[in-house]
Design a protein around this ligand. Structure first.
Ligand code: ADP
Ligand code: MG
Length: 457
C-alpha cells in the first residue's frame, strides 16, 4: 500500500502515484504535505532533487474546486524550470484529464499566450516577467486564485525577480495560500517569507549540504589544458552521462565544439540559444541521445535528470552556493554521484570559499596530461523530431502506435517521447532510427502526414 494514503488525497492522485512507482514520500513531502493540504502557508527548504515539486503539485491538484478558472499560480525562475514543473504536475494529474496546466514565459510572442488563455487553465506556471505582462494586459485573470507557489525562491531573488513578484501579488485576491520553496536558505529568502507569508510552517532540511553519496574531487589544471583534461577524465571514467558546467556562454560553445570534434555525442545549453534549441538540448540529454551536456548554471537550473552520475565544473563557479547547486545535480534520490572540478591557479580563492560553505576540505587528485587517450562517449539513442505536437492533438501513444504497428519496430527500441505544443521528440535506438524515419515518412500518424527528421549526430 502506498504511504501517500496517509493523507486524504483524491483517488486519481493516489492511483497516478502508485502507477508511477511513487509510493514512499520523500522527507520534504512527509514533512510538508499535511500542512500544504490543510491550506497553511509553508516555507520549505530542501536541497535540489528532494521532491519539492511533487509536494506542491499534490497540494494544488487536491485543492482544485472547479475545472475552469485559474486556481493556482506557480512562479519559477527560468523557462526550463517552468516547463519541467508543468510536466511534473501534468504527470501526476494524468487521471484528472480535464485539468489544464499551462506554462508561460518569455521568448514566445505574448499574443500566443493571450490567445491560449481564452481557454483558462486551472493551474498556471510561469516566469515572473511574463506572468506580470499577462496580468497587465488583462489576459490572465486571477480572481479565483487560491494558492501561490514561489518555486526556487532563492534563485528568483538572485535573478532580480523580486519587483515583478511584488507587482504580481498586488493583482491577487485578498486571501490565498503561499507556498515558498527554496534549495538554500539565505537571509533574503527568510525576508521574503516574512513579508509574503502568514505564520508559515517552516521546514528546513539538509542544511548540511554534504552528501555521502557524492564523491567530490578537484584537479589542478592549467587554464589552457582544461579541454584536454576534460577529454581525459570523461574517457577514463566513461560515465553514462555527464553535465559539464561552464561560467560563460562562450566557454559552453567552445567546450561543446571541442568534445564534438573528438567524437562525443554532446549538446550545449545556454541563454544565447533559441528557445527551440534549448528545448532540444534538454530533451536530447534527458532521453540519452547525447551523453554530455555543456551548460551554464542558469540554463541548467531545474534540469531534472534522475540518474546523473557525473557533474563537471569546467571552471569553478564564482559563488560557493552556485557550486553547491552544481554538486547537487548528481547523487539524487540516494544514487551515487561524482562531482569533479578543473581548477586553474587563478581559481584557488574560490576553492576556499567552497570549503567553507560546504564544511569540508577539498580532495585534490593528480591528472596526467602527458598523453591524451581518446575514448569519446557515444550515445545508443537518436532523437527523431516530428513537426507536430500537443496542439495537433498528438499523444505519445499515437507515435508509439505508428512505430510499432505490424511489429515494424520493437517497442523496446522506442525510448522517451517528449511532446511540445508544435513539436514532438522521440528517442529511438540507433539500430532502428533510419527505419523509423522511413516508416513515419511513408505511413501516417493518425492518418495525417507530418514532417519528420533525425537530429544529428
Ligand atoms: P526538487 O524540486 O526538490 O529539486 P524534484 O521535485 O525535481 O526535486 O524531484 C526530483 C526527482 O524525484 C523527480 O524526478 C521526481 O519525479 C522524483 N520524485 C519526487 N518525489 C518522489 C517520490 N516520492 N518517490 C520517487 N520519486 C520521487
Ligand atoms: Mg524544484
Amino acid at each position: 500500500m502506498s504511504d501517500f494514503s496517509q493523507w486524504p488525497l483524491r483517488a486519481e492522485l493516489l492511483e497516478a502515484l502508485t502507477s508511477q512507482g511513487m509510493t514512499v514520500p520523500t522527507p520534504i513531502q512527509q514533512a510538508a504535505l499535511a500542512d500544504i493540504l490543510a491550506g497553511r502557508d509553508v516555507l520549505a527548504q530542501a536541497k535540489t532533487g528532494s521532491g519539492k515539486t511533487l509536494a506542491f503539485a499534490l497540494g494544488l491538484l487536491q485543492g482544485l474546486k472547479s475545472p475552469s478558472g485559474v486556481q493556482a499560480l506557480v512562479l519559477c525562475p527560468t523557462r526550463e524550470l517552468a516547463d519541467q514543473v508543468t510536466q511534473a504536475i501534468r504527470k501526476v494529474a494524468v487521471r484528472l484529464p480535464n485539468v489544464k496546466v499551462s506554462a508561460f514565459y518569455g521568448g514566445i510572442p505574448v499574443r500566443v499566450h493571450v490567445e491560449s488563455l481564452v481557454h483558462e487553465p486551472a493551474i498556471v506556471v510561469g516566469t515572473p516577467g511574463r506572468i506580470l505582462e499577462l496580468i497587465e494586459t488583462g489576459a490572465l485573470k486571477l480572481e479565483a486564485m487560491n494558492t501561490l507557489v514561489l518555486d526556487e525562491a532563492d534563485r528568483m531573488l538572485d535573478m532580480g525577480f523580486e519587483p515583478a513578484i511584488q507587482a504580481i501579488r498586488k493583482g491577487l485576491p485578498a486571501n490565498y495560500q503561499t507556498l515558498l520553496f527554496s534549495a538554500t536558505f539565505p537571509d533574503a529568502v527568510r525576508a521574503l517569507s516574512k513579508s509574503y507569508q502568514r505564520d508559515p510552517l517552516e521546514i528546513l532540511l539538509d542544511t548540511d549540504t554534504r552528501s555521502e553519496h557524492i564523491e567530490q574531487l578537484f584537479f589542478e589544471v592549467p587554464a589552457n589544458r582544461k579541454n584536454d583534461a576534460l577529454l581525459q577524465l570523461l574517457g577514463q571514467l566513461q560515465p553514462a552521462q555527464a553535465l559539464v558546467f561552464c561560467n560563460t556562454k562562450i566557454d559552453c560553445q567552445n567546450v561543446e565544439q571541442h568534445l564534438a570534434k573528438a567524437g562525443f555525442d554532446v549538446c550545449a545549453l545556454h541563454g544565447d540559444l533559441e528557445q527551440r534549441d534549448r528545448d532540444e538540448a534538454m530533451v536530447r540529454f534527458q532521453n540519452a541521445s547525447v551523453r554530455v551536456l555543456v551548460a551554464t548554471d542558469v540554463a541548467a537550473r531545474g534540469l531534472d535528470v534522475s540518474n546523473l552520475p557525473l557533474v563537471f565544473s569546467y571552471e569553478l563557479a564564482h559563488q560557493a552556493d552556485v557550486h553547491v547547486h552544481r554538486v547537487g545535480r548528481t547523487g539524487r534520490a540516494g544514487k551515487d554521484g561524482q562531482a569533479l572540478a578543473l581548477v586553474a591557479s587563478g581559481e584557488m580563492a574560490r576553492v576556499k570559499a567552497i570549503e567553507e560553505q560546504m564544511g569540508m576540505t577539498a580532495r585534490w587528485q593528480r591528472l596526467d596530461l602527458s598523453s591524451i587517450k581518446l575514448a569519446p562517449l557515444k550515445a545508443e539513442w537518436k532523437t527523431l523530431v516530428i513537426d507536430a505536437g500537443r496542439k495537433d492533438k498528438l499523444r505519445p501513444g499515437d507515435i508509439l502506435g505508428a512505430l510499432t504497428a505490424k511489429q515494424a519496430i520493437d517497442g523496446k527500441a522506442v525510448g522517451k517521447i517528449a511532446l511540445f505544443d508544435t513539436r514532438s521528440y522521440v528517442a529511438l535506438h540507433k539500430s532502428v532510427a533510419d527505419r523509423a524515419l522511413q516508416l513515419l515518412r511513408q505511413d501516417k500518424i493518425k492518418g495525417r502526414s507530418f514532417r519528420v527528421r533525425l537530429l544529428s549526430p
